[in-house]
Design a binder for this molecule. Structure first.
Ligand SMILES: NC(=O)c1ccc[n+]([C@@H]2O[C@H](COP(=O)([O-])OP(=O)(O)OC[C@H]3O[C@@H](n4cnc5c(N)ncnc54)[C@H](OP(=O)(O)O)[C@@H]3O)[C@@H](O)[C@H]2O)c1
Length: 227
């Protein structure tokens, strides 16, 4: 069975871990403060989950979710992730992360930064454009009429296929937005970013987003400099 690792086990890392355990995966969680601080989440998730250091989670897993504040990306372990599929959920918020010149100048994208840090890994961008309560609530079985679609981007076809299968198992369809360099199409403040998954009635509840709608929103996206 595929083991999922999380580096960062907060809103999104922990949320993906919950969905993964519900789908039958083994999960190894990690965070910044240490495995003992994840005891409550491990207890909630049961026998399929354990907590470890980031390096141990990276080494133990087949697919690793990196879900940390972007300014922590350079502390993600490199050697233990070599050859592995790494899912990057991260977004750039300069007020939280500080300014990163290449992102301000749009000479790269967030997931390409992580890929440059992890040259031997196969980075796939996913989960960054959905608000965490909606990720928890919108998952549906394969083929459901109200299933939601999430965008992915990546340079390695096999890694993307692995992520498509993982998303399917935890309740989501995937729409391939292209290589990592196209990941900006669903970055912060683009038409595909989080808002579509909110109901229009201000309740804060989630609404399903299908493939056609997501594709149209990706096509509408503009670089920040052109927006
Ligand atoms: N919140 C959302 O709805 C949402 C949606 C899509 C994407 N995102 C993006 O996903 C990323 C995570 O967001 P989040 O809301 O899940 O954040 P969060 O709830 O604050 O969780 C962050 C996690 O990262 C861990 N962490 C911080 N520095 C680390 C390091 N150096 N090494 C290992 N782990 C580290 C934290 O550990 P400690 O608790 O020990 O500090 C915590 O487990 C962000 O880039 C965010 O923009 C968020």
């Amino acid at each position: 069975m595929t083991t999922i690792g999380t580096i960062g086990s907060g809103n999104i890392g922990g949320g993906v871990a919950r969905l993964a355990v519900a789908a039958g995966y083994d999960v190894v969680l990690s965070n910044r403060r240490g495995p003992e601080t994840l005891a409550d989440l491990v207890a909630e998730l049961g026998d399929k989950a354990r907590a470890a250091t980031p390096a141990e989670a990276a080494a133990a897993a087949d697919i690793v979710i990196v879900s940390v504040p972007l300014n922590a990306y350079e502390s993600v372990p490199v050697d233990e992730l070599a050859g592995k599929t790494v899912i990057d959920t991260n977004n750039y918020y300069p007020e939280r992360d500080g300014h990163i010149t290449e992102l301000d100048e749009e000479t790269t994208t967030t997931a390409e930064l992580l890929q440059a840090h992890l040259p031997e890994s196969r980075v796939v961008k996913a989960f960054n454009n959905i608000y965490f309560p909606h990720l928890a609530s919108l998952g549906r079985p394969t083929g459901s009429a109200d299933r939601s679609t999430l965008a992915i981007a990546g340079d390695d076809a096999d890694a993307k296929q692995q992520v498509v299968e993982f998303l399917d198992a935890i309740g989501y369809d995937a729409l391939d937005a292209g290589p990592l360099a196209e990941g900006w199409r669903f970055q912060r403040d683009t038409p595909a970013y989080t808002r579509p998954y909110f109901r229009a009635d201000d309740s804060g509840e989630g609404r399903p987003v299908g493939r056609e709608e997501l594709a149209a929103r990706l096509a509408e996206a503009k670089r920040y400099r052109d927006a």
